[in-house]
Design a binder for this molecule. Structure first.
Ligand SMILES: [Zn+2]
Length: 343
């Protein structure tokens, strides 16, 4: 009874907020709110990552006093995490639907009964944000300004993500758009009481508003899609690989990170930042060369196959990620080629 009425209150609050914001947005603004990926025609050989959360559990991994990763039982379905201070809790990412969000809430409650003060959305995508509405009404949702804006393209995003859930609309069929309450530009520091959490935007990466949550005592960074995880390459889903390279450079220069808890696949060390930079540099040089020598898009896609050194081993736990990365590479090649030609 209590849970139900609370859920309804949360739902109504989110609806009221969405209605207010929608009323103030003009048509051009709504159009702009759509994520660029939804309009992009992927190259042959690309498949969206399988993110259907049915049967997925989140394992709590303690990284230090009050610092926890929530790791998926089935990569590349989303990871999450939370940080506990004296005053309350900050959660990173809300997962795909209310059912998964409640798993996050239960994992927090298994550790502490302190209030969940903040929830950070690391990007606009539904697998990170569609669970927002299941969080308590008093939780402040934090996101980058651009993430909050693109999240208003809710229907386009639901459609785009169908391919990640085997076209099963029931996964997020009852999701209610709950937008962020607090946005930031470059950096935000949140004091949870005896524990400070840094929230950073280093620039455009996988999306325009990619956000990194950093816990300095354990040197842990939650990276959302900016670093997808062990065994991955960067995915310029919304284009602009040159900006992605600069963003990773700023991330590496400014944070003394030891452990990366990524949005997808398995945790990684700082070394993955060097791998991401190397991949992007090689991609940009190769595409520039192809465009410069007058190659067609099809010729370029055929010539620029993904080097084996970027792929997880065929006998590893991440073997299933290999074809996904090959598809993402083709997406990157096509996007970068078209952007280069359009200059
Ligand atoms: Zn994601």
């Amino acid at each position: 009874m209590t849970t139900n009425s609370k859920r309804i209150r949360v739902g109504l609050a989110a609806l009221a907020m969405a209605a207010t914001l929608a009323a103030t947005a003009d048509a051009a603004d709504q159009q702009m709110a759509r994520n660029p990926a939804a309009a992009f025609v992927p190259p042959a050989g690309f498949t969206l990552p399988p993110l259907h959360p049915a049967g997925v559990d989140l394992a709590t991994k303690r990284l230090g006093e009050g610092v926890y990763a929530l790791l998926t039982s089935r990569p590349p379905v989303d990871n999450s995490g939370f940080i506990v201070g004296e005053k309350g809790v900050l959660v990173i990412d809300a997962h795909f639907n209310a059912r998964m969000a409640r798993k996050i809430l239960a994992a927090v409650r298994a550790v502490t009964d302190k209030p969940i003060l903040y929830l950070v959305n690391t990007n606009y995508h539904g697998d990170h944000t569609f669970g927002n509405y299941a969080f308590p009404a008093e939780t402040t949702i934090v996101a980058h300004r651009k993430t909050a804006h693109i999240m208003r393209g809710f229907e386009a995003e639901k459609k785009f993500l169908l391919g990640t859930v085997k076209n099963d609309r029931t996964v997020y069929g009852d999701a209610v758009l709950r937008l962020p309450d607090l946005t930031f530009e470059d950096r935000l520091t949140i004091d949870l009481g005896g524990r400070v959490v840094e929230i950073h935007h280093f620039g455009h990466g996988n999306t325009a508003g990619d956000t990194v949550v950093y816990e300095p005592t354990t040197r842990t960074a939650w990276t959302g899609n900016l670093v997808l995880g062990a065994g991955t390459i960067p995915w310029a889903i919304d284009g602009d690989m040159p900006a992605y390279l600069e963003t990773i450079g700023r991330f590496a220069a400014r944070l003394d990170v030891a452990t990366i808890i990524p949005g997808h696949t398995l945790p990684a060390s700082r070394a993955i930042l060097g791998k991401y930079q190397r991949y992007i540099r090689e991609l940009l040089a190769a595409v520039r060369g192809a465009v410069g020598s007058g190659r067609s898009l099809d010729q370029t896609l055929a010539a620029l196959t993904l080097d084996e050194s970027y792929l997880p081993a065929a006998d590893s736990r991440l073997a299933a990620v290999r074809p996904l990365m090959q598809g993402i590479h083709r997406w990157n090649v096509k996007m970068t080629y078209l952007e280069r030609k359009g200059r």
